[in-house]
Ligand binder design. Sequence first.
Ligand code: UDX
Length: 417
Amino acid sequence: MVTGACFANLGNEVICVDNDLRKVELLKKGKSPIYEPGLTEMVQANIREKRLFFSDSIALMVRRAEVIFVCVGTPPKDNGEADLTAVESVSREIARHMTTYRLVVDKSTVPVQTGEWVHRTIAANRRKNVSFDVASNPEFLREGSAVQDFLSPDRLVIGVESKRAEKILKELYRPLKAPILVTDIKSAELIKHASNSFLAAKISFINLVSRVCEAVGADVQKVAEGMGLDRRIDPKFLNAGIGFGGFCFPKDLSAFIRIGEKLGIEFGLLRKVLEINETQKAAFIEKIRKHLWNLKGKHIVILGLSFKPDTDDMRFAPSIDIINSLLKEGVHLRLYDPQAMPIAKKMFPKTTFARNPYEAAKGADALAILTEWPEFLEIDLARIKKILRHPIIFDGRNLYDRDKMKKMGFQYYGVGR
Ligand code: UDX
């Protein structure tokens, strides 16, 4: 959706195809099935300008579009490997409807060598003599800032096997004025998995350092700041917390580990990154236990459910494991999130939800922050302090100023501080 809407916004005619008719119908009316800042407005504007269309017909799209971006899901199988069934099936469909040259660009996150399979699939299913190219153009969009990330990317990666494909893609992206790295297809595919794994490793690294900080009484935010001032390290993705979630990092790490395994390369480093991410959540529960003593029967407020702010996405959100552990221990929970509650209510149908942080905090033994929503910075903390039965805050995202919280009379526990 983001890719389609943004390409339309750059002045191209775009047809977005999905086999989920409900989504297609919703989008035709300019309604978004997901929450992503700025996206609905952009979709509506481009529908009005007659540049953006939605359909469930691959045939229609292949007839009209010279460049076809494959953005289908590649969900994890039980063994962590990416499920490429959808990539194969749309490649086959595209091939069957091609009558003249088409450029098929893979945007889905796929294991290295998928481009070769897509090429073979199209070659085997096309009508004779219809020429085509396959390319890889991994996306690095973050949820919550996807539109912004598309419009001003750090870099664009284009994996191609022909000058024609390179020219088309460069032309398409020219208005963004971003650095473009042209590579072979396999390297482009690897850049995506390697980048996400590296970023996840950075997070697990600082989370591990946060445990050392807690053990000795140091401040992980200062440690991260000191590290980040070294330009080789960079301060980004050094925020300690309750671990990473979402539909990219956990799944891409597992897929990369599987790719290594298949090639006979042991990715123990990445296994450790995942393991630290799991134990980081357990460490947070332990912290709550340490300060509340018995958990059974205690009332705890959870603020923030989505895996990160500015999205309603709860896939692999650390909040899920933390909530499940607390419920298992017999804790009474009251949950609040600015966007993710409709989804969370389906996941936790028996748990109580509140309309705002104040309603959530009423009479609770403690409050825990699991997502750093900017609106939590606007909360009237003095009011919260009065409402809570005990002024105890577990801040899983280091959102608040520790000294200020202490001055206000809170028992305040961040991560690694
Ligand atoms: C990620 C990549 O950043 C993006 O390039 C790729 O296209 C898709 O995967 P996304 O999953 O949307 O994007 O979110 P991101 O901002 O990377 O955060 C992922 C998780 O890491 C979140 O749960 C976030 O809370 C956590 N995180 C991030 C930290 O715990 N600490 C940090 O310093 C940064």
